[in-house]
Design a protein around this ligand. Sequence first.
Ligand code: GDP
Length: 423
Amino acid sequence: MAEALALVRRDLGTSAVVLHTRTFSQGGFLGIGAKQIVEITAAHRKDVGRETRPSPARPPRTQPKPDRARSVPTPEPMAGDLIRRTYAAAAAELNRKNPPPADRPLRTPAASPPPAPPAPTAEPLADEMRAVKRMVQLMMRRQNEQGPTKPSHGMTDTLFDQYVSLIEREVAEELAEEVIDKVRQLLDADQMQDEARVRATVLKVLAKQIPTDAGAGKLEPTADGRPRTIALIGPTGVGKTTTIAKLAATFKLKLGEEVGLITMDTYRIAAVDQLQTYANIIGVPLHVVSRPDEMARAIRRCAGCGVILIDTAGRSQRDDASLDQLKEMVAAADPHEVHLVLSSTCSQPVLLDTVERFSKIPTDRIIFTKLDEAISFGVLLNVTRKVNKRLSYVTTGQEVPHKITPGRSAKLAALVMGDQNTS
Ligand code: GDP
């Protein structure tokens, strides 16, 4: 392979871009005495992206290599089609993002051979090539695993565009496939040609993947007659205290309920001060507790309230002892709802790690904070689906008491699909 690559560099220079490599055995008997052939398809960098289909600058070179007879699986026969299809989809997406001047016609995935696209700059081109590579790998793997009848087979261009869009927005592959499969079941062949209809159906199906808490923003009476007791847990800095203040203001000022506030933060004095300031402004009492018996006592003191909100700032998720203490404190409060607070600014691995670490404490709801600074809404969707907890609230800014709304699946689905103007 190294020898063959050196030949490519010799012929095409340092601007060579390798588009495809293949290693296979030729001749011999039962693998004995066979020659290993390395096949490389390469092009000049400037030529990449000029055509809908990556084509070699010259015929594939073969480099016989007599030693080490080894059988290497050949690529799927569909690979060429897949590359053409995914590359065309990616190119269409590029056109959408950077429309060419009016006098230059748009490329469409179906056109063959299309007119040359506007010369892309190196950065978007590299992104596109990465997207194409990922899509080709994904589709080939899926073909290997599931056979040719599933699920890309018969996919219309419109649907395929939506699939590419979901993958680009970091929606997990399995989830994107599931959504696309469901959309195909819902639409007939004619409807599938209608871009707006396909997109609306994708949105609807996506929204159904997000379980939400119907009780968020309201205060339903509890079955045991106690004040609805709500605890927020999560890593330091995700916005628990701010969210508690927003909830306290919402329940007190909008719903007119008596609110009891409890904080068990004894390590971060500033956090107690911060909540005390909010409590004073909103006009609700704050109880500071540091042991489970104090927690139980504070809960009893709030017996006349409509709702009790418990802040748990100051516990390190890296420290098992702290998490055990937190678990005891939460158990002493016997809350009706425990919300795990996650920051939208975190990556998927960090979010899942947080969920895992806090799984010691039973939770049934999640809150996403800092949606205004979110890295990827697709990631939020993946996490919500994976942890299978109801989305109760989302927060969208630092200001108290505003910037908090009950989690709505349609809104999150729209954000995943790139619509920032949802209300
Ligand atoms: P805690 O340690 O989990 O209690 O986090 P805090 O409530 O102290 O918040 C940590 C930081 O996040 C503060 O600077 C908050 O103003 C900020 N914050 C909280 N919620 C949001 C939000 O929805 N959006 C943004 N951008 N910042 C937020």
